[in-house]
Design a protein around this ligand. Structure first.
Ligand code: GLY
Length: 420
């Protein structure tokens, strides 16, 4: 199998042994995902996590926030391996998601559409007439997502699937869709909501030294609860769904924030988002164990006997790479890249790499979906596999300008710059 677009730049910061290793890992992932694709076609809902090594889908998973990551893996493999098998499968798997653009019950349309339709658009030829349809789909999904709005105060936000009272940190990844759409024909209000949401999330969910929420700078809370009545929409308390407690830092939430704020900065030019992304990145670097894979919650009481969350590491690695690319002059940029390389080294080793294990269907082991409910703990999770491949894509991009930055589905398109 031929790996394209790597190895041109002799000054690559990626050690050549790791680049070679990641090339081999991609081939293993390609073979593994082909086997999965034979069993889980586009005519049935995608699986979500593995149980005893086998892909599994919980029957009543109404939120269904992960199928875009299944299509997304196929798009990454197509981009890196240039194999038409994947283009056809990725188109089919993405097209099956089209009805979700009108889904008003979830806050996850960014997860669903950027990795599927966004990547489809990235890889469609400039003269392909499908492009207009793809853009329309993404803009529609973003507009629908923006209407999930709690505007009871001037600190509005896109509310979570729990209801208008609930602000989740995860949504920082989904507002990427709004930023993208605002730069590509959506109503300007869509972009304004993306900015306001990002501000509100930073104020209530990303902790600062010395402020009311206390604790460690850059640590992230999962959920904030607000009153919903017009005129008295004030903050009530912190909460969590998947973390250990409202007052600890759920590792995947931190990773979503790090990546989401880096993107928000790239898309909007608002310095406060850049500062927030750096705070989250510093927290990750300072508080994650030496192999760069966090425990599922930084405050979990049984550390070091708590599970790690490899999916959080993969997302954080992508966020660190994005932040280093967008702010290359920052003091931390080199340590962000080194950490992302360290994450990829750990995740592509024997402990985490699924295709090296007999009977394992997932790519990245050691993920955690929902520790309090015991869902998907220790095996692969669909988004973990996706961000693992995206991390490989970003790292191989160090070798080749053609691969960096990612295209419009995944990379910020700068909106109008704010006045200083
Ligand atoms: N719902 C997003 C997550 O579990 O991270």
């Amino acid at each position: 199998m031929v790996l394209v677009n790597t190895g041109k730049n002799q000054e690559s910061k990626l050690p050549s042994s790791l680049a070679d290793h990641l090339g081999e890992v991609l081939e293993l992932c390609d073979a593994s995902l082909r086997r999965t694709a034979e069993r889980w076609g586009a005519d049935e809902p995608a699986p979500i996590w593995t149980e005893a090594g086998k892909w599994y889908r919980q029957p009543d998973m109404w939120t269904d926030w992960t199928p875009g990551f299944y299509a997304g893996q196929m798009w990454v493999l197509h981009k890196l391996l240039k194999d038409d098998f994947w283009a056809a499968r990725a188109r089919e798997q993405s097209a099956a998601l089209l009805p979700r653009r009108h889904d008003r019950d979830v806050h996850d349309l960014g997860f669903i559409f950027l990795s599927s339709y966004g990547r489809w658009l990235d890889q469609a030829a400039e003269d392909d007439p499908i492009r207009k349809e793809l853009v329309d789909t993404i803009v529609t999904a973003a507009t629908v997502q923006s209407e999930r709005w709690n505007g009871a105060t001037d600190e509005g936000f896109i509310y979570s699937f729990n209801g208008p009272q609930s602000l989740f940190i995860d949504v920082m990844m989904n507002v990427r869709l709004l930023f993208w759409a605002a730069a590509n024909g959506a109503d300007p209000g869509v972009g304004e909501r993306a900015i306001e949401h990002s501000r509100t999330s930073a104020s209530y969910l990303v902790r600062c030294d010395g402020e009311g929420l206390g604790e460690t700078d850059g640590s992230v809370a999962h959920e904030a609860i607000f009153n919903t009545e017009e005129g008295r929409g004030e903050f009530r308390c912190l909460s969590t769904q998947q973390g250990y407690s409202p007052f600890t830092c759920w590792a995947r939430g931190l990773a979503w924030a790090l990546y989401g704020y880096a993107y928000a900065w790239g898309a909007s030019g608002h310095g406060e988002f850049l500062e927030t992304a750096h705070r989250c990145a510093r927290y990750y670097l300072l508080n994650t164990p030496g192999d760069c894979v966090p425990y599922w919650d930084y405050g979990a009481p049984g550390i070091p006997d708590e599970p790690r969350d490899s999916s959080a590491a993969a997302i954080a690695g992508c966020g660190l790479m994005l932040l280093a690319d967008l702010d290359p002059g920052a003091g931390g940029a080199e340590s962000y890249r080194r950490t992302a390389i360290e994450i990829a080294t750990t995740l592509s080793g024997d402990e985490y790499l699924g295709p090296k294990r007999e009977g394992e269907e997932g790519l990245l082991l050691g993920g955690v979906y929902h520790r309090p409910r015991g869902w998907g703990v220790g095996g692969a999770v669909m988004w973990g596999d996706y961000f693992f491949l995206e991390l490989i894509e970003r790292l191989l991009g160090l070798d080749d300008e053609d691969l960096r930055p990612l295209g419009p589905g995944e990379c910020p398109v700068r909106l109008e710059k704010p006045a200083d």
